[in-house]
Design a protein around this ligand. Structure first.
Ligand code: OVV
Length: 417
């Protein structure tokens, strides 16, 4: 530990770091963290980001990159200096029109942020989670029984997607038809945080039907009288927020509430299939389901990156950053920073995961994290109780997205306990 090893591609670390003495010795890197090549294996480049300095300039996008845990954590917890209201993607809302009206929680700063956040925090509170638990657990058990009949299936489509799709839209109170728009819509949202590359352009070019459908579903009259959507609209009935604000907050649920849990659960399944010791531990003690999920979030970091924009000149470690600069936080790199995590590249469901930044940190920390954990916990516990082994029986296929890390396909075989 502490020794910098040569990246897997054979280029020595120093060859990629332009020490740029002409620019106050500010390190620069020519990596593209939004390229297919990077998504295929992000770890060498993430190590470069971490080891090059406390902040490193990415000339390709004219942004600062931060990959060390300490500094990612500091940035996440200083909204005054590192604001969200200019967007948390590459696009600076002070310079460019956002592709959709900004989110009232994600893309705002206190005090405006806090009003919207309070509504979502209440709608996604522990009391509400308790009311959802029994139905979620039954749905998980039913799905696992069905998969046991199949024996061989795609752990992404048939499990990581199927389970959230079987519980989340119902919990929100959505109508049954048109739900096939939800994952494509989320894919657009998360691609749109990235640069103007092929992924983002294609996603936005094809977004119109998904955007129109989602906007329609956010209206009070299209949501069941009980459910998370209705609870948001109740805040408008009470005069706490306006009706259009309620609709935009329902949009936040639909934007951030499904593809994230799909990739979080997918990460846990991929980890448990690759690390048989972890699977055996979980099987021996299904109470470890929550720990297995949390460690999968640290290990895979399904949400890989977010940006902030500086509101003043600021120093990160020994690097000075100007005002109005985009700062790219590598959550995945921070979650594997050897300065913070022993054996960071090992999936270990017995480790202390608290402090990981897979859900962010600070005022914007994932407001849906309890719902994500509930879904994952009941599903992993059901698997642990009914299944002896999960084996990968075909090539995993990676999904490419500017923000989300996960798989498109994971062919597996399961054996009953
Ligand atoms: C965390 C997140 C991701 C995407 C969209 C939103 C939030 C939103 O609030 O719309």
């Amino acid at each position: 530990m502490g020794v910098v090893s040569a990246p897997a591609d054979g280029f020595a670390l120093a060859d990629r770091v332009c020490s740029a003495a002409s620019r106050n010795a500010q390190p620069a890197l020519d990596i593209d963290p939004f390229s297919i090549e990077y998504f295929e294996d992000p770890y060498p480049a993430q190590e470069l980001v971490r080891e090059s300095g406390s902040a490193v300039w990415l000339p390709r996008y004219s942004v600062w990159a931060v990959g060390r845990y300490e500094h990612v954590h500091t940035i996440l917890n200083d909204w005054q200096t590192f604001c969200s209201s200019r967007g948390v993607g590459l696009s600076d809302f002070a310079q460019e029109k956002p592709w959709r009206p900004p989110s009232l929680v994600l893309e705002t700063d206190p005090p405006e942020h806090d009003r919207a956040r309070a509504v979502l925090a209440r709608v996604l509170s522990p009391v509400v989670m308790k009311s959802l638990r029994t139905q979620f657990a039954s749905a998980a058990e039913r799905l696992v029984e069905r998969l046991l009949d199949l024996r061989g299936f795609d752990a992404i489509a048939d499990l990581a997607q199927a389970f959230p799709l079987s519980v989340f839209p119902d919990a929100v109170g959505m109508r049954a038809d048109g739900r096939e728009h939800l994952l494509p819509y989320a894919s657009v949202v998360f691609n749109a945080f990235g640069p103007d590359n092929e992924l983002r352009r294609q996603a936005i070019a094809r977004s119109a039907p998904h955007v129109a459908w989602v906007a329609e579903q956010c209206r009070k009259e299209n949501l069941a009288p009980v459910g998370l959507g209705a609870q948001i609209h109740a805040a408008a009935d009470a005069g706490e927020i306006s009706r259009p604000e309620a609709e935009t907050l329902v949009r936040s649920l639909l934007s951030a509430g499904l593809d994230t849990t799909v990739n979080g659960i997918g990460a846990a399944l991929y980890c448990l299939a690759r690390f048989p010791r972890a699977w055996e531990l979980l099987r021996a003690n299904p109470m470890l389901a929550r720990a297995a999920f949390e460690e999968a979030i640290r290990f895979e970091s399904p949400v890989q990156t977010f940006f902030r924009t500086t509101t003043r000149v600021v120093t990160i470690g020994d690097i000075e950053i100007g005002e109005g600069q985009k700062v790219l936080m590598f959550l995945g790199a921070a979650n594997r920073d050897p300065r913070r995590w022993p054996n960071p590249h090992v999936y270990d469901i017995t480790r202390v995961t608290s402090g990981h930044v897979g859900f962010g940190s600070g005022v914007h920390m994932c407001v849906g994290q309890l719902l994500a954990r509930l879904e994952a916990e009941v599903l992993l516990a059901a698997l642990a109780q009914r299944i002896k082994s999960i084996s990968i029986i075909g090539m995993p296929k990676r999904a490419f997205n500017n923000t989300l890390r996960g798989l498109d396909a994971l062919p597996v075989m399961i054996d009953p306990a």
